[in-house]
Design a protein around this ligand. Structure first.
Ligand code: URA
Length: 425
């Protein structure tokens, strides 16, 4: 006989949950009516402290996938490969990578989420494009992948509904940052999405979910194992998130920067991470294409335009521009040693680019532009950041977030590698 209190007690006392206990719990929590939120919260906290064995987590994740349906992308007729990033500041990689890998010959079913807190969300960035709509039916997604190759859209209601309930609960019970709970949350959605293969961009550093490299590695191993045990060929790259990726954090600002990369310009760090992920995706899809050459051909820019147009967006329309801009200057000379990622992310969020609660709206034009990056020579009085806002009263709280975030040093700092490890077969 399975019962909720027995499940909570077993995990509290450090035991492995049986397969029956797991499937019963996930099914009933997602269905509602049997398990109270405080009981699910108690189990999440017990998992936070006791962890889960790898076969136990595999059953937990599969039960989450089975709480909804798994998309069948067979009708697309192309190898499908997706990317998921654990999130950071200025991480606009998907906007470049999806059309790039589609231009290499794969289909990319990128079902994304909205941002919460300092970390931006791909849908929020895409929604800065006038007319673009995130919500597509499964038939529309499949049709778009067949015609254009890539799709960025919101996950349908039926993708891991158990995760929606659990994530909302974890958010308010300080149980988000648990490796088994993060891994099962992310992988249940990616497995349900129906992709053949998946590349994970697991971030470490101050702007990420897992600031320590060791924990990021453990998360990556856990997610790769879950993907492989569920028939999704999975590789993870561990990439640094000590400072903003590229030079912008903010929705429309990041669309503009992504377009620059698609047009053959744009910052080196953003291009490096994008191409490293594209190389892995193309290899997993079994394609014989060189993403760097394909990017230089200009074709991914056309694919992006087709993707946007297919979802009602108009790239020829003006993107929103913030009416108020202020600069942050430094009063020392030397080299920029540190531009703290988390602080810039919080500043962008406070300027209106992010949301504190799921229901909040975001400003398309607000954000931060990094006029200098770590390693750059700095003169006295030089502007280092540009703050963009619709409401100028927000500048003061954004500046507060930036206190101590900018460090000028006497010697040029050694460049830090961006891609530090690869996990997977
Ligand atoms: N992103 C997710 O989708 N789930 C988590 O648990 C953390 C980040």
């Amino acid at each position: 006989m399975v019962d909720t209190v027995g499940i909570i007690r077993a995990k509290r006392d450090g035991h492995r949950l049986s397969d029956e206990q797991i499937t019963w719990f996930i099914h009933n929590y997602a269905a509602g009516g049997v398990i109270a939120d405080e009981q699910a919260a108690a189990l999440a906290m017990a998992i936070f402290f006791q962890g889960m064995e790898s076969d136990e987590l595999a059953v937990w994740t599969e039960a989450m996938v089975d709480s909804g349906s798994r998309l069948d992308l067979g009708a697309v007729g192309l190898p499908t490969v997706d990317k998921h990033s654990t999130g950071g500041v200025g991480d606009k990689v998907s906007l470049i990578l999806v059309p790039l890998v589609a231009a290499c010959g794969a289909a990319v079913p990128q079902l994304s989420g909205r941002g919460l807190g300092h970390s931006g969300g791909t849908l929020d960035k895409m929604e800065a494009i006038p007319g673009w709509r995130a919500s597509l039916s499964v038939d529309e997604m499949v049709d778009q992948m067949r015609r254009v190759g890539g799709v960025i859209a919101g996950a349908t209601e039926d993708i891991s509904p158990a995760d929606r309930c659990l994530y909302a609960l974890r958010d308010v019970t300080a149980t988000v940052d648990s490796i088994p709970l993060i891994a099962s949350s992310i992988m249940s959605k990616k497995i349900a999405e129906g992709t053949d293969s998946l590349v994970l961009d697991v971030k470490f550093g101050s702007g990420s979910f897992m600031p320590e490299l060791d924990r990021a590695r453990e998360l990556a191993h856990t997610m790769v194992d879950l993907g492989e045990s569920n028939g999704v060929r999975t590789v993870a790259l561990i990439t640094a998130m000590h400072t903003v990726l590229g030079r912008t954090a903010g929705n429309a600002l990041e669309v503009v920067e992504s377009l620059k990369v698609l047009e053959g310009e744009g910052p080196d760090d953003l291009i490096e991470v994008t191409l490293a992920l594209a190389d892995e995706m193309v290899a997993l899809a079994g394609l014989d294409a060189d993403p760097a050459e394909v990017l230089a051909s200009g074709r991914p820019r056309e694919v992006f335009e087709e993707m946007v147009a297919a979802q009602g967006g108009d790239l020829s329309a003006d993107l929103p521009i913030a009416p108020h801009v202020e600069v942050v200057t430094v009063e020392e000379a030397g080299w920029l040693g540190r531009l703290d990622c988390l602080s810039v992310g919080i500043a962008a969020w406070r300027l209106g680019a992010g949301r504190a609660r799921k229901e909040d709206t975001v400003s398309a034009s607000a954000g931060v532009v990094c006029l200098a990056k770590p390693g750059d020579a700095i003169e006295v009085g030089q502007p280092v950041l540009e703050l963009h806002a619709e409401d100028p009263s927000l500048f003061a709280i954004a500046r507060e977030a930036l206190e101590g975030a900018i460090e000028v040093v006497d010697e040029a700092p050694a460049p830090m590698p961006l891609v530090v490890d690869r996990i997977g077969a």
